[in-house]
Design a protein around this ligand. Structure first.
Ligand code: ZN
Length: 113
């Protein structure tokens, strides 16, 4: 499927149809995904991770990874009492933002394939 301004290709017959169309008018096949709805915004994913580690991953649908990052950051907060946390917390935090952004981009690339 190709993302135009408001047109996509039917995944079944390849006919150009409206992006909002749930069913292709030509072949009548229900469209599996509506890319405009399921596309992830890398900016939103990154900002979510900026404010709360793991949130961007949850936004991307990676619930397990998001929860893992929350647990790791909780541990890192406790590690601040022994100084190490001041180094590990920002590393995981920046990784979370970077990962949320790149994963959202990857989801979009796979969506338009
Ligand atoms: Zn079709």
């Amino acid at each position: 499927m190709e993302i135009g301004t408001d047109k996509v290709y039917c995944f079944s017959c390849g006919e150009m149809i409206k992006a909002e169309a749930e069913i292709c008018p030509k072949c009548g096949v229900r469209q599996k995904t509506n890319p405009l709805i399921q596309m992830k915004n890398p900016g939103i994913a990154a900002i979510a991770s900026f404010f709360f580690a793991g949130l961007g991953q949850i936004y991307n649908g990676e619930i397990g990874k998001g929860l893992l990052l929350i647990i790791v950051q909780t541990v890192n907060v406790f590690l601040m009492f022994v100084i190490i946390g001041f180094f590990t917390y920002p590393i995981v935090w920046i990784y979370g933002i970077y990962d949320a952004y790149t994963t959202a981009e990857k989801i979009n690339v796979e969506m338009i394939r």
